[in-house]
Design a protein around this ligand. Structure first.
Ligand code: NDP
Ligand code: PYR
Ligand code: MG
Length: 758
């Protein structure tokens, strides 16, 4: 794996799938269902009205139901990744995964359906009769040759796009990669000698699209498990393989690869050896796309051919040729024009759009996300990376335009620029920004000390932090106890974790002296400092950070926030001209609305000046995470003019900010329902806020803390934080009910602060 690789263990993957609500999906209603009236509208009797309308005009299903944004991911589990025929049920984790990728990358509502039959006819009937429910059908992991007949017949029968992702998704991405790899190695597609290993769903489709783009039939050799598919071969053949049989003397993959320019691996792990690669033409193009393990690893290629361009299907190497770059965006474009099908023109348009995007200058936000990697068009960057936020606004328009031009769009898009804007707004910038943060930390690993190092949750978080490549975790605690816990937890290969016992650590004396210098005139004796450093793990950890032995610290699992914070405050000061405070990020609406709440940590009853400072710091944080801040100072009334009490204090904060000439919108005092509602805001046409607020400055800590926790417990949103800000060194204090993932996230945020400053 390359320097940026994120390693995950089997155990971590199982824990992730089993934690909380099992699996990766749940369903959220989009309409309120709280009152009798809601029920009467959404269900009987109200629901009769849309039913009757749709019975009269089936197109209205797109207006009155979720059909138009819903894609079924359907499999029978006969070719699960490269793992073989695992059956319908065992394919469910992959299908759930594809469904969440639809949502994450293109805001398409994916739902997985596992159909328990290997009988073609039964499968076809099942999908066909379910078809009315969906705007599109994504067939997945169905083995060849049945997949060809199944898809062809369903496409004939159904009036919505039916797309076998392993065929066409893979074909589109590999074609985009091939176009660019040829460009970089000075080859013309018509001269490329291509070897395809595998003759199943993915391989046949990749080969067909490559030929459609200009690769000559006579220049392609396809192999399957029995070797080269040559003209006249009888064994293990079918009509789809026959169409690609070549006139060649080569009989083995090794013979086929001798002198070949390019290789597509769509077969199984380890099918290619270094000796085979050695015999390929200069600057060979090697796409080893079997999942999860490629036909040959990039390391093995590099050891024998430093001139090769390599790609795999995995996210932990450069050049990921995986259909995740295609299916979310292809369906997005197809659904948005209500395409009746996904045709060749749409696929070719998608391949070209991907290839072109990789050649464009990579904007800072994307470059930051992959810091450490060379993200300039070249051998290590032939195809956009999956987290590139430009994909959503670049690929669906190309697909939609091709659908319109080829006459399969049932609702053409009139204003393409407007459409691009709508597409960008579909992605929650918080998710992309957090990804940027994670990748930045992986490119600049840091040392993070976990004060409660003997706790199982902490040990698991440290292990995950290490394995994901974020840096070196330091656990404060007794070595034997931590080692025993690691053994009990089955955490192997944890060599990169450091353990530091506060009472016998090599630098304990320096830490005590440091503390004494700070506190000697504040009533502390040297022996107090010795005792604190030896016995209080928060003080010890904070001293490590203060003395430069760690870049940041995480604690909070076993004690209340305030007792942890008080310990830390004995060792570390607020940053110069900054106010220590907490910001909680609330992501709701299925990831489509993000608000920042502040101060959720420190100031019990902030005065006007403090509220103004809190607003500035929270607005900066929002901006760093990709949101243009609109700050609302909250209260229980809107622009009431009430004198005295909190309302007046809040209004004063607004006045202070007005005098400061800040570069973001703000206003108040305002109630939270007005602040978040464009319509209610219209009652106050004079307000400085041009849209719903996304930074909410709370009038006091009680309301801040209670509302953020209520949102977390009852609101169905995700609450990140509170993130502690304004200390001279990065410290994060997690809530006692934190999860391992949240703890890792906090460690990442501490590491990120250490890299970029707070
Ligand atoms: N990176 C990506 O985006 C994608 C990657 N893939 C990967 O491609 C592979 C195939 O998937 P898919 O087409 O859906 O599966 P299929 O079951 O349809 O096809 C598998 C093919 O692999 C061939 N094969 C098996 N072992 C060997 C071998 N040792 N040498 C040569 N060929 C062999 C089989 O040969 P035979 O016909 O003789 O049985 C068959 O033709 C998987 O590893 C999958 O993960 C698939 C889709 C997307
Ligand atoms: C990526 C994918 O779809 C597969 O490997 O089957
Ligand atoms: Mg697949």
């Amino acid at each position: 794996m390359d320097d940026q690789s994120i390693r995950v263990t089997e155990r971590e993957a199982l824990l992730m799938h089993a934690s909380g609500r099992p699996g990766k999906l749940e369903i959220h209603p989009t309409k309120p269902l709280t009152t009798q009236r809601d029920l009467s509208l959404a269900y009987s009797p109200g629901v009769a009205a849309p039913c009757e309308q749709i019975a009269r005009d089936p197109n209205l299903a797109y207006d009155y139901t979720a059909k138009g944004n819903m894609v079924a991911v359907i499999s029978n589990g006969t070719a699960v990744l490269g793992l073989g025929n695992l059956g319908a049920l065992a394919s469910k984790p992959v299908m759930e995964g594809k469904a969440v990728l639809f949502k994450r990358f293109a805001d398409v509502d994916g739902i997985d359906l596992e159909v328990d039959t290997e009988d073609e006819e039964e499968f076809i009937n099942c999908v066909r009769f379910l078809g009315k429910t969906f705007g599109g059908i994504n067939l997945e992991d169905i083995k060849a040759p049945e997949c060809f007949t199944i898809e062809t017949r369903l496409r004939e029968m159904m009036d919505i796009p039916v797309f076998h992702d392993d065929q066409h998704g893979t074909a589109i991405i590999s074609a985009a990669g091939l176009i660019n790899a040829c460009d970089l190695t000075g080859r013309d597609l018509k001269d490329v000698k291509l070897v395809v290993n595998g003759a199943g769903a993915a391989a046949i489709a990749c080969c067909e699209l490559a030929k459609a783009l200009g690769v000559k039939h006579d220049n392609v050799i396809m192999c399957d498990s029995k070797g080269v598919i040559y003209k006249g071969r009888k064994e293990g053949m079918n009509q789809w393989k026959s169409a690609h049989a070549s006139d060649t003397d080569a009989r083995t993959l090794a013979e086929a690869l001798d002198g070949a320019d390019a290789f597509f691996g769509l077969s199984v792990k380890g099918a290619v050896t270094q000796e085979m690669v050695e015999k390929m033409a200069p600057k060979p193009i090697i796409f080893a796309m079997a999942n999860p393990d490629p036909e040959i690893t990039p390391e093995d290629v590099k050891a024998v051919r430093s001139d090769a361009i390599t790609a795999t299907g995995r996210s932990d190497y450069s050049n990921q040729i995986n259909n995740v770059l295609g299916f979310p965006y292809i369906f997005r474009g197809a659904l948005d024009v209500r395409a009746s099908t996904i045709n060749e023109d749409m696929k070719v348009a998608c391949a070209h759009a991907l290839a072109e995007l990789a050649r464009e200058d990579v904007p800072d936000e994307v470059a930051a996300a992959y810091s450490g990697r060379r993200l300039r068009y070249g051998p290590d960057y032939i195809i956009p990376a999956p987290f590139d936020p430009r994909l959503i606004s670049s690929i669906p328009p190309a697909v939609a335009e091709a659908a319109m031009a080829s006459g399969v769009a049932r609702r053409p898009i009139i204003d393409m620029d407007e459409y691009r804007n709508e597409l960008s707004a579909r992605l929650d910038p918080t998710a992309s920004s957090l990804q940027v943060i994670c990748d930045k930390v992986r490119g600049n690993p840091r040392r993070i000390v976990f004060a409660e190092g003997e706790e199982e949750k902490t040990i698991r978080a440290a292990y995950a932090f290490l394995n994901a490549g974020y840096g070196t975790p330091i656990l404060v605690g007794r070595e034997e106890k931590i080692q025993a816990s690691m053994k009990h937890l089955g955490l192997i290969d944890a060599k990169g974790i450091e353990i530091n016992n506060s009472s016998i650590g090599p630098r304990t004396r320096e830490y005590s002296e440091y503390l004494y210098r700070r506190l000697q005139r504040k009533g502390a004796l040297m022996r107090d400092c010795n005792r604190w450093v030896n016995q209080n793990r928060n003080i010890f950890a904070a001293a490590m950070v203060a003395c430069g032995d760690a870049d940041g610290m995480v604690s909070g699992l076993t004690r209340s926030f305030y007792s942890t914070y008080d310990d830390v405050a004995r060792v570390l000061d607020p940053a110069k001209e900054e106010l220590p405070m907490g910001v909680s990020i609330v992501v709701s609406g299925g990831g489509h609305q993000t608000v920042f709440l502040a101060d959720t940590r420190i100031h019990e009853t902030p005065d006007a000046l403090e509220m103004a400072d809190i607003a500035v710091a929270a607005a900066n944080k929002a901006r760093k995470l990709g949101h243009e801040p609109r700050v609302a100072f909250l209260s229980y009334s809107s622009f009431s003019g009430r004198e005295g009490g909190r309302c007046e204090e809040v209004r004063k904060a607004v006045e202070i900010l007005a005098e400061r000439n800040v570069d973001f919108e703000f206003d108040g005092e305002v109630t939270v329902n007005t602040a978040l509602d464009k319509e209610m805001m219209k009652d106050y046409p004079f307000t400085r806020l041009s849209g719903p607020a996304n930074v909410l400055v709370m009038p006091g800590l009680h309301t801040a803390d209670i509302s953020s926790k209520l949102l977390q417990k009852l609101g169905g949103g995700t609450v990140i934080g509170p993130i502690l800000m304004g200390l001279e060194k990065p410290v994060q204090i997690v809530p006692r009910d934190t999860t391992v993932s949240e703890m890792v996230n906090m460690a990442i945020l501490a590491a990120h602060d250490a890299i970029v400053g707070r």
